[in-house]
Design a protein around this ligand. Sequence first.
Ligand code: AMP
Ligand code: FE
Ligand code: FE
Ligand code: ZN
Length: 291
Amino acid sequence: MGTFLGADLHCHSVFSDGVERPAALVKRALDAGLSAFALSDHDAVHGLPEFEEAAKGTGLVPVAGAELSTRCDGDDVHVLGLFLDPTEPLLVAKLAAMREARGRRGEAMVEKLASIGLPLDLAKIREVVGDGAFGRPHVARAMVEAGYVKDFDDAFQRYLTRGKPGYVPKPKWTLPEAIASIRKAGGLAVVAHPVWYTDPEKVVAQGCAAGLDGLETLHVDHNGAKEGEFARLAARWRLLVTAGSDFHAPGEGRAGVGARRLPEEAWSLLVKAAAKRRDESGRPPLDLSPR
Ligand code: AMP
Ligand code: FE
Ligand code: FE
Ligand code: ZN
């Protein structure tokens, strides 16, 4: 490999609540000068073949990922599975069931909003979702388009977060279940954006008891002080560290692909751990060559 220019290991496409296809995201990664890049759609690995295909001939190292929503005491904890085998049958089946449940939950959200005088075109939203994972961002974008809210964030703040009138919970993995499924698929399990949780230390402790591998210390929602705090937390628990832009769509308030990037040394540790995990899982070997 030539000079390593960083890895962005968290990103969403149309296969969940992002707005771009994998090829467009790969282009963003190349424009950002990244060396490695992960697609990590919510409850979805079926976009990974298209992602892999899009990376061909680019020199990029594509990393197969997914982001699972778990419940850990009072917190909704997101767990990234990275370097996983997207053909692992149990994972594939469980994710398909989760997406079905998300579809029903999405309809329930639209019904709730209609009942308070904010009707949306469900068929149109369904068309946008396609065979991807239906998420709150789909509803938020439809609300912006309908003129019910001033922007994407406003939709969440007034209607779509817990306790607000459009909110409907969705089924979630338990933290140990998610970690076990990721490991079984030969992947590394990483707690995403720890700044989102009321007690990150507790999440990490419970995660480590279940076989957690890493912590996303570098994330667009973390400021410098938080990054330092989470780096120390990861070090205390001997966790690997990752970096992510969590890109979903342009113009929704977050910086773009490559906004957070993992340096070479941390990337090398991840690669070593991932290769070992893959060996132990009995899944096909991991290919981390530039495509
Ligand atoms: P869901 O998985 O359907 O519950 O939706 C969660 C997704 O909504 C997250 O992955 C983010 O993409 C987005 N999201 C959650 N909370 C907010 C928020 N307060 N503001 C903007 N986007 C959010
Ligand atoms: Fe999302
Ligand atoms: Fe997340
Ligand atoms: Zn995400």
